[in-house]
Design a protein around this ligand. Structure first.
Ligand SMILES: Cc1ncc(C[n+]2csc(CCOP(=O)(O)OP(=O)(O)O)c2C)c(N)n1
Ligand SMILES: CC(=O)[C@@H](O)[C@H](O)COP(=O)(O)O
Ligand SMILES: [Mg+2]
Length: 633
């Protein structure tokens, strides 16, 4: 298949209005072109591929039938929205996808009027769409609202909170359940089994008939009679899960039959009240490497579209922090039979593949359910297990109350292995782990650690695991400085920082990933460098001692300055009556957009050059005046 021009039909589509000019007979060939374009484009930029391949026909049908952008399409997660971007005037800009100043990898309201809701985290679509449906009703508008949610995203509590509300409200809303039987890895849970039953043999065909029935725009009496009949069939007709929540269940239908979808959507668009259309798709559809391995093609780097092989020349070298964690987990599990590991649907990303294979009885993928993951760990810890919650910093935000109320308040020994802390790069602000130090350090009982290298990461994980209360280790996306990791399971003394360089008038207090540039900068400034290691508890004694020997202090962290580790140092000095000029370097008080991690760190002044410049500027300023978000005197 040629993954390049010509795209004779696609090149005529600069907006959905152009699409709507086409006869229905041209939609299937257009789907082929769109799919080819998508593969060619992502092969050059990297990004989320398999999910988008599965939504090509759906996206065409939606823009064909609905009056977008006035009608609202709300994509869940948004990783499947590339076909939508291509059809809504952004085809040429796909070459800039996820690059600095380029197109975002997710729908973004300020990028296009067709992106009706900003997204990146999952399971928000039904809530947002319900809100829009309420707003439409409020203004007397006839606008239609459609939420498109995957079977993986449907496992999260928020999706059910929204169904529960929208169904009761009778909101004018269509929810499309895009069921491909996959999350990033194979989907899990009773709901996933339920969807599988819905699709199985006899049920599928009987539901197809049922779907046709629903497509008739029934008068209220007939509708009531139909519901009563369905209710009586409730023990055997699985569609009633949604029916009982107040939704009209339609389907399952083939999500790759574009003309069939157009017909169905035309009918559904005419219906009022909460509708749920269940479509069946294949993740990676139409590209055999992705169909064969949808997990690997969920998110990809650059690749050769003809062979599907890595075109970026996967850089060998030091392990990533994720791998350091995965190795530690297996080693600690071998030593501790009570260790259990929990992931909210991020087995691959969190480094749990080997653990899941070696210790299947102690491995728990709970689906996209961060809140449940954390409270589950609490319950396990109550009764003698030693849980490790492997979670991305940005997704732990979802489980904040659980972290406080279910873990810390009860001082339960749960280890939080927090990956993707700090800037993550191409996924942008939705996925940046910019806030965990701020939101964790204020929680009593919680130990918070920031490893500066791979070896320290392993030690800190062991420290957390052996600690009698809750403890978190937060580490960045990708590789560290490349330190050799010893196979031991040794621990570190809690709350003890270490001096890494003795210098003159200025001391750099570095947290985690910023130790490396701090050491570089220190050579030029002849500065003392402290590897702070612990954000909580801080090494107060060392801080007092360092402050007494230096004229100026600088804190460095890959976290928001607001409320972060530097703020903890400031509070500590103040509480001890120590007054020293203090420069706080960290992430600014704005959302940092997408780009490579290196570009973004430089943009925020957190590479060695930026740090040096900020310190020199600060030192040159007699009054210690400067940017309020970075400087405290
Ligand atoms: C709150 C949250 N947790 C985890 C993720 C990571 N994540 C992104 S896509 C995805 C799987 C989604 O599966 P599904 O909704 O079925 O979409 P598919 O990729 O199968 O089309 C996961 C776990 C996320 N984006 N948001
Ligand atoms: C869409 C989503 O939430 C995930 O696919 C995420 O993009 C994974 O990020 P990593 O590539 O850092 O694992
Ligand atoms: Mg899915």
């Amino acid at each position: 298949m040629p993954y390049s021009k010509p795209y004779p039909l696609l090149e005529r589509i600069d907006s959905p209005a152009d699409l709507r000019q086409l006869p229905e007979s041209e939609l299937a060939p257009l789907a082929d072109e769109l799919r080819r374009f998508l593969i060619a484009s992502v092969s050059k930029t990297g990004g989320h591929l398999a999910a988008g391949l599965g939504t090509v026909e759906l996206t065409l049908a939606l823009h064909y039938v609905y009056n977008t952008p006035d009608d609202r399409l709300v994509w869940d997660v948004g990783h499947q929205s590339y076909p939508h971007k291509i059809l809504t005037g952004r085809r040429e800009r796909m070459a800039s996808l996820r690059q600095r100043h380029g197109l975002a990898g997710f729908p973004k309201r300020d990028e296009s009027p067709y992106d009706s809701f900003g997204v990146g985290h999952s399971s928000t679509s039904i809530s947002a769409a319900t809100g829009m449906a309420i707003a439409a009703a409020h203004s007397g508008s006839d606008r239609r609202v459609v939420a498109i949610i995957g079977d993986g995203a449907m496992t999260a509590g928020q999706a059910f909170e929204a169904l529960n509300h929208a169904g009761d409200l009778g909101a004018n809303l269509l929810v499309i359940l895009n069921d491909n039987d996959m999350s990033i890895s194979p989907n899990v849970g009773a709901l996933s089994n339920y969807f599988a039953r819905l699709l199985s043999g006899r049920m599928y065909s009987s539901m197809r008939e049922g779907g046709k029935k629903v497509l008739r725009n029934l008068p209220p009496v007939a509708e009531l009679a139909r519901r009563a009949e369905e209710h009586m069939k409730g023990m055997v007709v699985p569609g009633t899960l949604f029916e009982e929540m107040g939704f009209n269940y339609i389907g399952p239908v083939d999500g790759h039959d574009v003309t069939g979808l157009v017909k169905t959507l035309h009918n559904v668009r005419a219906l009022k009240g909460p509708q749920l259309l269940h479509i069946v798709t294949r993740k990676g559809k139409g590209y055999s490497p992705a169909e064969d391995n949808p997990c690997a093609y969920h998110g990809v780097g650059k690749f050769d579209p003809h062979t599907g092989t890595d075109a970026g020349g996967g850089k060998p070298g030091a392990p990533t922090y994720t791998q350091v964690f995965g190795d530690w987990l297996c080693d600690m599990a071998a030593a501790d039979p009570e260790l259990v590991a929990i992931t909210p649907a991020m087995r691959e990303g969190s480094g749990l593949v080997e653990f899941s294979e070696r210790f299947p009885q102690r491995y728990f993928d709970v689906g996209i359910a961060e809140q449940h993951a954390v409270t589950l760990a609490g319950g396990m810890a109550c009764d003698g297990l030693h849980p490790v919650v492997a979670i991305y910093s940005t997704f732990l935000q979802r489980a904040y109350d659980q972290t406080i109320h279910d873990i810390a308040l009860q001082n339960l020994p749960v280890t939080f292995a927090i990956d993707r802390a700090g800037l993550v790069g191409p996924d942008g602000p939705t996925h940046a782990g910019a806030f965990d130090l701020s939101y964790l350090r204020c929680i009593p009982n919680l130990v918070v650690m920031t490893p500066a290298d791979e070896a320290e990461c392993r030690r800190m994980l062991s420290t957390a695991h052996r600690h009698a209360g809750p403890a978190a280790v937060r580490y960045p996306r990708g590789r560290g400085p490349g330190l050799a990791v010893e196979p031991d399971l040794d621990t570190l003394p809690i709350g003890r920082a270490e001096s890494r360089r003795e210098g003159g008038r200025i001391a750099l207090l570095a947290f985690g990933s910023l130790l490396a540039p701090a050491l570089e900068v220190a050579e030029q400034l002849d500065a003392t460098v402290i590897n702070m290691r612990f954000v909580k508890p801080l090494d107060e004694a060392l801080l007092r001692e360092v402050a007494s020997r230096h004229e100026r202090l600088v804190t460095l962290e890959e976290n928001a300055v607001a409320g972060g580790a530097g703020a903890a140092v400031l509070e500590c000095l103040q509480a001890n009556g120590v007054q020293r000029p203090l420069l706080q370097l960290g992430l600014p008080d704005r959302f940092v957009e997408h780009g490579t991690r290196e570009e973004l760190l430089a943009e925020c002044g957190l590479d060695a050059a930026g740090i040096l410049e900020a310190i020199n500027r600060w030192q040159a300023d007699e009054n210690c005046a400067g940017r309020a978000d970075r400087l405290v005197c």
